[in-house]
Design a protein around this ligand. Structure first.
Ligand code: HEC
Length: 324
């Protein structure tokens, strides 16, 4: 059966001029960096199909043995993945394994339903299992992992995890198209740009899309009278408070900011200015998207509008999310 796919294309307006806007990345909120010390029982939700890890460390340095005891329970012995309580991606013939940086980072830090396993394995074991999956399970890549890369991917503290050097290196580890395994969403980054939006995203026809109504800023200073700029803050503050509200709304629906695939932004020019404060908007946006804690990006368009329902509002944002 032919798979239908919806493709959302992003507006690339401004992409060239504000390419450095991402540098103000910050960790926000509590779903921040995965905790490497989380015991296995907590790292894996009880309803998932979980292999018997045991609590002791693994003595094997043989990548195959490690794969079979630690990974095959979820990704299956042939690496072809599985759909059960959750969906476990196929590692077989997976071109995201071309560069060792991606699997190494995931093994250590986990991601979504993939538990962080870094605390169970020493550096050599991580390298051994990475070498194994790069060269087996229908994969035939050069093993380019090194002990140094493993050591570099290990966060020493959560705080350190938030720093840029622990982010997955863009060129090698962030593939141009990255699959969101659960809903089979395919995210296409911008070619040759680190501007933090997607070029396109593919959503399978059977995925559930969740549309949020336009969300507007919160009052930040109750004592400021209506019309006073302090009441809702500037564009950066209004963007941050709007996205924080969006995040709460998503959480109430058991979704997260990482599930957002499409965003439309309406900005009003601040009083006394000719045009919208796009860089202020980017300052707020980059606190919520493309961070180490929340690396996913949506497709996005930004419009300047003449006004919003309340004359104090400078920002209104609509998002569409995919339910994983
Ligand atoms: C408890 C189940 C579980 C175990 C055990 C597990 N994984 Fe995963 N793995 C997942 C899930 C779920 C994902 C998808 C994560 C996501 O949605 O981002 C994943 C994703 C991955 C990916 C990314 C694949 C892609 O296409 O993006 C790699 C690589 C990977 N796992 C390797 C491993 C290796 C190697 C091991 C063993 C050392 C392992 N996993 C153990 C559940 C597991």
């Amino acid at each position: 059966m032919r798979k239908q796919t919806r493709v959302f294309a992003a507006a690339l307006l401004f992409a060239g001029s504000i390419a450095n806007a991402q540098s103000s990345n910050e960790i926000v909120g509590d779903d921040a960096a995965p905790n490497v010390d989380t015991p296995m029982e907590e790292a894996i939700a009880p309803d998932r199909h979980v292999p018997d890890f045991g609590k002791a460390g693994y003595s094997a340095t043989d990548g195959k043995a490690l794969y079979e005891s630690l990974c095959a329970g979820c990704h299956m012995p042939d690496g072809k993945g599985a759909i059960g309580a959750g969906e476990y991606p196929s590692l077989a013939g997976n071109d995201l394994l071309l560069s060792a940086a991606y699997p190494i980072y995931l093994i250590i830090n986990g991601q979504a339903a993939m538990p962080s396993l870094g605390h169970l394995l020493d550096d050599e074991q991580i390298l051994a299992v990475t070498d194994y999956i790069q060269t087996n399970l229908d994969n035939d890549y050069e093993t380019d992992g090194t002990l140094e890369l493993v050591a570099d991917s290990r966060p020493e503290t959560e705080e350190e995890m938030a720093t840029e050097e622990h982010a997955i290196p863009q060129e090698s580890a962030e593939p141009s198209a990255k699959r969101d395994t659960v809903a089979n969403v395919v995210r296409h980054g911008l070619p040759n740009s680190d501007f933090p939006i997607l070029q396109a995203v593919e959503v399978p026809a059977d995925a559930t899309l969740v549309y949020l109504s336009g969300t507007v800023p919160q009052v930040l200073d109750d004592s400021a009278s209506e019309g006073a700029p302090e009441r809702f803050g500037d564009t950066a503050a209004q963007t941050d408070s709007t996205l924080t509200s969006i995040r709460s709304k998503l959480e109430a629906l058991e979704l997260g900011m990482g599930d957002v695939i499409k965003m439309q932004v309406y900005l009003v020019a601040p009083d006394g200015q000719d045009s919208m404060d796009f860089s202020g908007f980017m300052e707020g946006y980059t606190k919520h998207f493309g961070t180490d804690a929340q690396p996913e990006l949506p497709t996005r368009s930004v419009f300047e509008v003449a006004g919003l329902a309340n004359p104090d509002w400078l920002v209104e944002i609509e998002v569409v999310a995919v339910r994983p």
